[in-house]
Design a protein around this ligand. Sequence first.
Ligand code: ADP
Length: 618
Amino acid sequence: MTWSIRWKVAFGTLVAVACGLLIAGVMTVQSLEQRHLTQFGDALETKTKLVEYGFQPLFHSSAPPTPSSLQETARDLGNRASSRVTLVAEDGTVLADSAVRDADLSAVENHKFRPEIQQAFSTGQGQDIRPSHTTGERTMYRAILMQPSQGASPLVVRVGLPMVVLDRERSDLQQRLFLALGFAFLVALTLSVWLAHSITKPLSDIASAARRFSSGNQAFHVRTTAQDEVGLLASTLNHMADQLHAKIDELSEDRAQLLAVLTSMVEGVMVLDRRGHVLQMNPALERMFGISRVEARGRSCAELFRHQQLNDLVTVMLRSRTHHQDEIVLPLNGRCLQVEASPAGGERENEASVVLVFHDMTELRRLEKIRKDFVANVSHELRTPLTSIKGYVEALLDGAKDDPAASVKFLEIILKQSDRLNLIIEDLLELSKIESGSVSFKEEPLELRSILDRTLSTIKPIAEKNRHRLITAVDPSLPPVAGDEGRLVQVLTNLLDNAVKYTPTGGTITVGAKLIPSVGSDEPAPCAIELSVADTGIGIPEADRPRVFERFYRVDKARSRELGGTGLGLAIVKHIVEGHGGQVWVEANHPQGSRFVVRLPLSTTTHKLHHMNDASRT
Ligand code: ADP
């Protein structure tokens, strides 16, 4: 059984008080008894001396005292002193006794061996307390030696005083004292319980508040008015709890901020301990490697990723504890990641020792490659006509200028190559303008039918020259589309120009435009307009189709150049279409040739316009 502190204090105080009271009581009783006894003894001594004095005349008269005179004097003195008076001869014979009748005197027992008698004969006086043989009462005896006359043998005068009164007084005193002590004990009991309560109440308040606090209750506050050490303890604990709260709040805030930063980071972050085991990783890294944080936590980096280059980096990092950087390629998806490893300082298990930050460089590397390819392509494309021009100019200077026919031919070639150079530069400038965003597309409602007619009228002469058949299949209910007329004409011209260029004589070119209904809605409202240019020409191999929209990409370079192509037309088309929020792609045309499709979204305004048109038509 465990006692509460309250009962410990109460019981302890009570035991201490009880012991104190008991000792005090016993000592008081003893000292009072001793005092009474001394007073009693003193009174008895005085009486004994007076009795001895009372006997003296009997022994100083001329005739020796008779037994009856002795007995009479003893009785008289005994009455006066209210005590028992005994006269004892040297051999112990009782010569007179106030408590014995004359007739019985001879039968009284010899008193020689009574302790007080023995003491008196040997030292002159003696004292003893014992129950009387004669009366049976507890009696104090006092004896003194008496010299009756010169040469006579000494006698002992003994006075016995019963201690009944003294004993009664003593028991009275004891009774009163124990009553007082009992009362004092009761007061002490009440006081100790009250004291224990008042001392331990704040302590038990603190204990229960601490228990609530440890079980997760955030509100720790001990209410106390005590000004003593317990009050100080309570206010210190309150202060500590407040500080703890503030610290916990601060840490939680920091943690939340850190988590928010880690979660919102595009870069993958991973924290390892000194053994290379994963402690933490952010969602970006989970996505990069396709693993979850839960399965990764606590596992070694080597076992988790099984990527030799990454393992080597981690191993070197853990050994050297210095900043390292490397670039790795993920075998699964071919993504290129730049890894930066920095030491975090943790030396123990489960302490952050290394922080790895993964930057996804795939897009950057792709763009870098495109840029490099572009520079190489531009240089090449510009150099080809320039080399040709230079060659013919040199030939003219070397003497061909003197041959009129050759001069004309050479100059025509120079003009053609200059035009080509001009074309390339114009297309490049156009592309760069669109890419840089300096060209803003208008958003005016356009009738596609008129755009198509305008474009077809410019392309018709060339198509006719190549004996191509031009077919238009345009949906008559086409709604107006929001866009830039000039740019959309440019798109269609490029596509039709290509169709004419890459279709052998006598081919068929079909231009179509239709509405595409939105998928999934109950009412099939149109969501886009699809323009298509299909030809029966040489077609584009499947592998080249996604790449024909790249700058300078040509399926057949020689043929393209021969036909006066720059390799930039489709790149321009793509940029314009995407600038209108649309898409462009190429697919195979059956049975032969290519089919370029431009899908333009219908904006809300044009959508409404379409509905209004529909309504007016019906
Ligand atoms: P180019 O100036 O060379 O025509 P483009 O960017 O317009 O450049 O076209 C890129 C390449 O796509 C062309 O070189 C050609 O190989 C291919 N191409 C474009 N249109 C067609 C088509 N209608 N039929 C076959 N190939 C085409």
